[in-house]
Ligand binder design. Structure first.
Ligand SMILES: [Zn+2]
Length: 158
């Protein structure tokens, strides 16, 4: 089974970024009314992820999060959706949810010259969002995220 398509409400923006890092197609509802969220979720076949009890009641199948903690929120997502990966996948843009394409392999001879020097020097692979063009690569930030995810994935829902 594929991971579910999700729609995160405004209160769980950090969780939305993490879900995108895990490869989940996650829309972030910034500034949308509850009615708009419910309508878009239905139209796009997405599951609403929220901390708002009233919104969860209105959105069929919504995942209501009870904790403000990111680790516990991810734990709740993994408990409900076992198909959501627990490792970083370079598949979704954390900024816009666009799909990532691989633009350079490790040790590639031709790395796009418009990329910043530290990205080009990272050794690859390098990815780019097909929608907004933002580049992604294995950096120290990714290593930190991977370490956190390993710790949290072993914890279970909190
Ligand atoms: Zn993007």
């Amino acid at each position: 089974m594929a991971p579910p398509r999700l729609l995160a409400d405004e209160m769980v923006g950090r969780l939305a970024r993490y879900l995108r890092m895990l490869g989940c197609d996650t829309t972030y509802a910034r500034g949308w009314s509850d009615s708009e969220i419910v309508r878009r979720a239905r139209a796009e076949d997405r599951i609403v992820v929220t901390r708002d009890r009233e919104l969860a009641r209105r959105a069929p199948g919504a995942l209501l999060l009870t904790s403000p903690e990111l680790a516990a929120q991810l734990g709740a997502v993994w408990a409900r959706f076992p198909d959501v990966p627990t490792e970083v996948r370079f598949e979704r843009c954390t900024l816009c949810d666009g799909r990532l394409e691989r633009i350079a392999d490790p040790g590639a001879a031709e790395i796009p010259p418009e990329l910043p020097a530290h990205v080009r020097a990272s050794g690859g692979p390098i990815y780019r969002c097909v929608d907004c063009g933002h580049p992604y690569w294995e950096g120290s930030h990714t290593a930190d995220v991977r370490r956190r995810l390993r710790e949290w994935a072993g914890r279970g829902p909190g």
